[in-house]
Design a protein around this ligand. Sequence first.
Ligand code: HEC
Ligand code: HEC
Ligand code: HEC
Ligand code: HEC
Length: 183
Amino acid sequence: MKRVLALVLIVAFICILGTIYAGEKNFQYVGASKCKMCHKSEKSGNQYGLWMERKHSKAYATLATAESKEVAQKAGVTGDPQKAKECLVCHVTAFEASDAQKAETLTLEEGVSCEACHGPGSEYKGMKVMKGIYAKTMKGADYGLIAPSEEVCVKCHNTKSPTYQKFEYAKAVKIVSHPVPKK
Ligand code: HEC
Ligand code: HEC
Ligand code: HEC
Ligand code: HEC
């Protein structure tokens, strides 16, 4: 009896490990171009357009400015800021994720894009899953979708930023907000 129980436990343990591993492996960052088609109409709340208008979408471009070269110099970073990992960690999406976690459609040029806040989209971007998560019949976390919180923002909005400005979550969220219109 004990032996059977032990076996059941071992099998269960392997299954759990397997799910966790498979889960992590499957989620890939696909880039904002893959969200655009469904998130740019006024009816859906035009999240893509609103993001394009604000600075997160230009965070990589910013690294090419004269100001950035100055900031880099003061921070002791030599060379082109657009190639410096000391800057890219916060100015592009998922810089520290492995190559296997990044689809070819994710670009540096898109800067801080959807998935920097919402998590890797390969598994949740399908219509059925998106609607299910929105209707709360499916759990976002099972598909890689993160509910953005202050914790997500302060990975970049912290004193390691050479131009750090005091970050107030409630105010900051209002500035980047892009709600789905109530039906
Ligand atoms: C095939 C269409 C489609 C694509 C592609 C798509 N979405 Fe969605 N998404 C939807 C729909 C539909 C909803 C439900 C809200 C609505 O009706 O507008 C939704 C809801 C969401 C929500 C709200 C989920 C919640 O917790 O309620 C987030 C966040 C989101 N999408 C992010 C993304 C991101 C990021 C991408 C790209 C990686 C993406 N979507 C790609 C159709 C899509
Ligand atoms: C991957 C890093 C990263 C994450 C995550 C991030 N930000 Fe940012 N944020 C930046 C960078 C970099 C800039 C400056 C971009 C520039 O000026 O080129 C910025 C700028 C801003 C600005 C000023 C931009 C404007 O358009 O006025 C606000 C507000 C802001 N972020 C809010 C947030 C909030 C709220 C969150 C979390 C929900 C968040 N950010 C998550 C990196 C990040
Ligand atoms: C800087 C971080 C950040 C970026 C970049 C970002 N979002 Fe969001 N998004 C948020 C936050 C914060 C919320 C609000 C979450 C909440 O209220 O619970 C949100 C909410 C949403 C919602 C749900 C709105 C609702 O009313 O339920 C959708 C859909 C969405 N985002 C899509 C996108 C898409 C598509 C992109 C890229 C074009 C994008 N987001 C880029 C932070 C971000
Ligand atoms: C820890 C994350 C982080 C790192 C590392 C980082 N930045 Fe930033 N950067 C931000 C955030 C967040 C902002 C928005 C303002 C702030 O700092 O709060 C920003 C803003 C900027 C701005 C101002 C843009 C504007 O709108 O005026 C410049 C320029 C800039 N960063 C250049 C750099 C350079 C160059 C490096 C590398 C030497 C770098 N950053 C490294 C997070 C970071």
